[in-house]
Design a protein around this ligand. Structure first.
Ligand code: CA
Length: 223
């Protein structure tokens, strides 16, 4: 996976390159908007909006004009940048500085997953997570062969999270994909469903990742 980090501050881009390389990404750094636009199209762009030459928004729009590359925009705290504006520019997600490295990696993976760049398993194949089996075709969940009684939404949520065991899904992404609602809605609803799902399949099966979202643990292949 090739990442293009567009960032003029080398005290930020240096550690980012090191950290993201350690996560298995192939990282290129562009220190200006012009460099970013001249670079080969990567698999994902991490774009700082405060650049010395061009407005980051212009860079975002121009990138979007020439490719479908996923773009995560980075803004400084205090920038009054509406999510709506970012979506209009074609950004896939955004982060506010200062952000945690772990959250960044989770979001990069989430955006790549949504873009279909990562290889997942067949979405209709039954999945085993320890004693829990999730069968998307019959919409049934069993534990050691016993059928668990899940509501349709609980099933959708579990099927979604288990589509990539151990991977972190952000709250926003879950709400958007499972509830199909607007960005700001139903955060409480998500927590209620997570709580009831934990009661049914075992609290240890779903981990809360602070500041990001949730992941389903595969007990046979924990990461
Ligand atoms: Ca900057």
């Amino acid at each position: 996976m090739k990442l293009l980090v567009v960032e003029d501050d080398s005290t930020i881009s240096g550690p980012l390159r090191t950290g993201l390389s350690r996560e298995g990404f192939d990282v290129e750094v562009a220190a200006t908007g012009a460099q970013a636009l001249a670079a080969p199209i990567p698999d994902l762009v991490l774009l700082d909006l405060g650049l010395p030459d061009l407005d980051g928004r212009v860079v975002c729009r121009r990138l979007r004009e020439v490719s479908d590359v996923p773009i995560i925009v980075v803004t400084a705290r205090g920038d009054e940048l509406e999510r709506v504006t970012l979506l209009e520019l074609g950004a896939d997600d955004y982060m506010v500085k200062p952000y945690g490295f772990r959250e960044l990696v989770a979001r990069i993976r989430a955006v790549l997953r949504r873009a279909g760049t990562t290889t997942g398993q067949d979405p209709n194949e039954p999945r085993d997570l320890g004693m829990i089996r999730i069968d998307p075709r019959t919409r049934r969940v069993t534990r050691s062969g016993d059928v668990l009684s899940l509501t349709p939404k609980e099933f959708d949520l579990l099927a979604y999270l288990s589509s990539e065991p151990n991977a972190v899904f952000s709250r926003d992404e879950i709400i958007r994909d499972v509830w199909d609602e607007n960005w700001w809605g139903s955060t409480k609803t998500l927590d209620v469903h997570i709580a009831s799902l934990r009661k049914k399949i075992g609290a240890e099966m779903i981990e809360t990742v602070r500041g990001v979202g949730f992941r389903v643990i595969d007990p046979d292949n924990p990461e």
